[in-house]
Design a binder for this molecule. Structure first.
Ligand code: NAI
Length: 337
């Protein structure tokens, strides 16, 4: 029996994400919580003839939504409007994430917590530091969801190379994304040297990297003030959540290469080695992770050895910005003590 709770389930991401989770064979109970509309969304989904039971919880029913949850996914918060950076969302979303994580610690202390709310570079430190203060921090159980960057990296690489549909599928084993989830902290790593050499000149390579880093802006602008990525994010959030669920059910990953997650490095095997290989003491970073029973147990470090000079340069720029974002999250929690 596996219970998944979605916090912020009636939003632009929450609704399609919940639909996809209703289709997952690994979910037996799906609990939808939001400040508005969650019972309606849940009633709608509950008519779908898959095995899971789906129930909605209103504003004052957070405890019941969380009780017994194995996985808690958090897309609650405000999204970007044109001209805004993810960092502009911090003031509102940091408080929302801190409150929801505190409630999770109380009512579902062993749940894996998957943070979607932006800015992930700061909300994950907010989540972890909040749990540390409560004496309930288990590093392998808190994951920032950066899968949308990976999805975009695959799509845009096949766009750049002019690959056909089958080529698009193949991209999955050629590129991953590390660092953070905002602008220049997003660092695509083209792991296949042959593919890298096909991005022939520096202009084409730079254009590809820039598109992955700022692809979210394309959506924000095209939606003209109505929000940011919701459908592609729901798919990405589902892919990541389903990986956690597969791991809980002791099933191997079906896709090539492990997915990255934005995690607290010192708390998992390989974390300190990764810091030392990158020449940094940054505590929070996204990199491909290995899971066991739904918890992150190890972060991969092998990819560092194959980095190109451009990628090394991009990581240096990433680390400077990421450090500021991480400190901002930590300061937020300290200021509440
Ligand atoms: P939205 O505004 O459509 O939905 C957010 C939902 O959260 C609303 O239904 C709202 O009622 C709910 N909410 C707000 N405060 C809450 C609380 N305290 N408890 C429970 N629910 C609460 O926004 P959208 O488009 O779904 O985006 C959600 C978040 O995800 C934003 O912060 C956005 O920036 C982020 N995002 C993250 C991505 C990633 O790659 N990690 C990609 C795209 C968006």
């Amino acid at each position: 029996m596996t219970k998944v709770t979605v916090l912020g389930a009636a939003g632009g991401i929450g609704q399609p994400l919940s639909l996809l989770l209703k289709m997952s064979p690994y979910v037996s109970t799906l609990a939808l919580y939001d400040l508005r509309l969650a019972p309606g969304v849940a009633r709608d989904l509950s008519h779908i003839n898959t095995n899971s039971k789906c129930r909605g919880y209103g504003k004052d029913e957070l405890a019941d939504a969380l009780k017994g949850a194995n996985v808690v996914v958090i897309p609650a918060g405000v999204p970007r409007k044109p001209g805004m950076t993810r960092d502009d969302l911090f003031k509102i979303n940091a408080g929302i994430v801190a409150n929801l994580v505190s409630a999770t610690a109380k009512y579902a202390p062993s749940a894996r917590i998957l943070v979607i709310s932006n800015p992930v570079n700061s909300t994950v430190p907010v989540a972890c530091e909040t749990l540390k203060n409560l004496g309930q921090f288990k590093p392998g159980k808190v994951m920032g969801v950066t899968t949308l960057d990976v999805v975009r990296a695959h799509t845009f690489l096949s766009d750049a190379l002019g690959a056909d549909h089958y080529g698009r599928e193949a991209m999955k084993s050629h590129v991953t994304v590390i660092g953070g989830h905002s602008g220049t902290t997003i660092v695509p790593i083209v792991t296949n040297a042959k593919v890298r050499s096909k991005l022939v000149n520096k202009r084409q390579y730079d254009a590809y990297i820039h598109r992955v880093q700022f692809g979210g802006d394309e959506v924000v602008e095209a939606k003209q003030g109505a929000g940011s990525a919701t459908l592609s994010m729901a798919l990405a959030g589902f892919q990541f959540t389903n990986e956690v669920l597969r791991s809980i059910h002791l099933e191997k990953r079906a896709e090539p290469g492990p997915l990255p997650a934005f995690i607290y490095l010192p708390g998992v095997e390989g974390g300190k080695e990764l810091q030392s290989k990158l020449g940094t003491n940054i505590e929070y970073f996204a990199a491909p992770v290995q899971m066991l029973r739904g918890d992150v147990v190890r972060v991969d470090v092998d990819w560092v050895d194959g980095l190109s000079d451009e990628e090394k340069k991009a990581i240096k720029i990433c680390l400077e910005e990421l450090d500021k974002n991480v400190q901002k999250g930590k300061r937020f929690v300290q200021s509440k003590l």
